[in-house]
Design a protein around this ligand. Structure first.
Ligand code: PLP
Length: 406
């Protein structure tokens, strides 16, 4: 046994002995260092990262501005709680206001907690209108988190399995089907909100149609129903605009976010139009860690970078390259069914399961992901250069061409 497999074996043993095994089959690698858009494993082998820790590490690894801001904050003050005013939280809220729509922000610690906050806000808003107005519509194959509210909002049976009874008050409708939505809105007066992803990330990079979204928003506005857009995966520059809703010419009442918001520091948030915060008054919701000094120093350091014009220009330039290269690859590989996405949120749908491509690409030095069984997901750090994107694509191409021959 060589040194490398020995080191990894011991890590795998400790994982088995000391940790829950809820993550199933982890990939056979343990990253110990990152630099830009590269990761290094236990044996110092270098990888190109097309995954960014599930769309989290958006400014790459060792990003100077983020690292300095966090270092300064760790030395100075990490946490005091929401019993006190917090300048870093104010700054992060101010920046979110600048890059989205006029409104107010509530900070939490994760995507699923952002879903919970949005659900609680929508419920209290709805119940202020009528005693039975508490239903929230979500769409098939959505993903909104793993806590009870987020999990129930997630319209996927496999996520619910074994956890019943779920939270009452959710109604699932088919995604991208305006007829069924319009019908529901006509007959159901108990709906307080609609919650949706504009690109279903965990659902396989399924994109909401522009007409569908605009009509949903129109009907919601007409019926006093709140629009909640889950930007946990699509937000903070991932799709080539600061938020994905900005592609659609609509303005949601509430957006939820997390993942890339502080580039790797766990934080989430909801941002809501100015008429809404009064429905979560004093004492109605809160979190010990939510928006602490450290997390919010991270948020501000990330947002200051993403809002620069050249940051999103890079996302769109590299995105253009990926779509061109992947569509070329599709011509050569018959098991690629479709390439779709926006910005650096890209899915390659296969005609067969794709899980085996992940460890194969990994052994060649490329980190990718497979979601919804058949969709290879490409979502690198948003700071990725064209040069690194090309290098990674070469590896991916070789892997696809080899698989074609098997
Ligand atoms: N919403 C969406 C769209 C997501 O993709 C995710 C996670 O993948 C979540 C919510 C839950 O986020 P978290 O894992 O931070 O709780």
């Amino acid at each position: 046994m060589n040194m490398s497999s020995k080191k990894l074996k011991s890590v795998i043993n400790d994982d088995k002995n000391f940790l829950f095994q809820n993550y199933g089959n982890r990939q056979p690698v343990c990253f110990v260092k990152g630099d830009g858009c590269h990761l290094y494993d236990q044996d110092n082998k270098k990888y190109i990262d097309f995954f960014a820790g599930i769309a989290v590490s958006i400014v790459g690894y060792g990003n100077r501005e983020l690292t300095r801001a966090l270092q300064r904050q760790v030395e100075n003050l990490m946490h005091t709680s929401n019993h006190f005013y917090n300048r870093e939280q104010n700054e992060a809220g101010k920046l979110l206001n600048e890059v989205s729509f006029p409104g107010k922000t509530l900070f939490v610690n994760s995507g699923t907690e952002a879903s919970e906050a949005a659900i609680k806000l929508a419920r209290r808003y709805g119940l202020s209108l009528a005693r039975d107005r508490y239903h929230i519509i979500t769409f098939t194959n959505s993903f909104h988190g793993r806590t009870f509210g987020g999990m129930t909002a997630t319209a996927q049976k496999k996520i619910h399995e074994g956890f019943g009874p779920l939270v009452p008050g959710f109604k699932y409708l088919p995604f991208n089907d305006i007829k069924s939505f319009a019908k529901e809105m006509k007959k159901n007066r108990t709906v307080c909100a609609v919650m949706m992803e504009l690109i279903q990330g965990e659902g396989g990079i399924e994109i909401a149609g522009r007409d569908f979204v605009r009509e949903v928003f129109h009907l919601c506005n007409k019926n006093n129903v709140l629009t909640i857009v889950d930007e946990v995966q699509t937000g903070i520059g991932r799709t080539g605009t600061m938020f994905c809703y900005q592609h659609y010419g609509v303005v949601p009442d509430i957006i939820t976010m997390a993942k890339g918001l502080a580039g790797g520091v766990p934080v989430g948030a909801i941002h809501a139009k100015n008429f809404l915060p009064e429905f979560l008054p004093k004492g109605s919701h809160g979190s010990t860690f939510g928006g602490n000094h450290l997390a919010c120093a991270g948020v501000a350091a990330v947002l200051r970078q993403v809002k620069k014009k050249r940051f999103l220009e890079n996302v769109n330039a590299v995105s253009g390259y990926f779509f061109e290269a992947l569509n070329e690859l599709k011509k050569k590989v018959d098991f690629i069914k479709e390439v779709r996405g926006m910005g650096l949120h890209i899915g390659i749908e296969l005609t067969r399961p794709g899980a085996s491509l992940v460890p194969a690409a990994l052994s060649r030095g490329l980190v990718i992901n497979c979601t919804a069984d058949k969709v290879i997901r490409i979502m690198p750090p948003l700071t990725i250069s064209l040069k690194t994107a090309r290098e990674g694509m070469k590896i991916l191409e070789r892997q696809f061409l080899d698989e074609r021959q098997q």
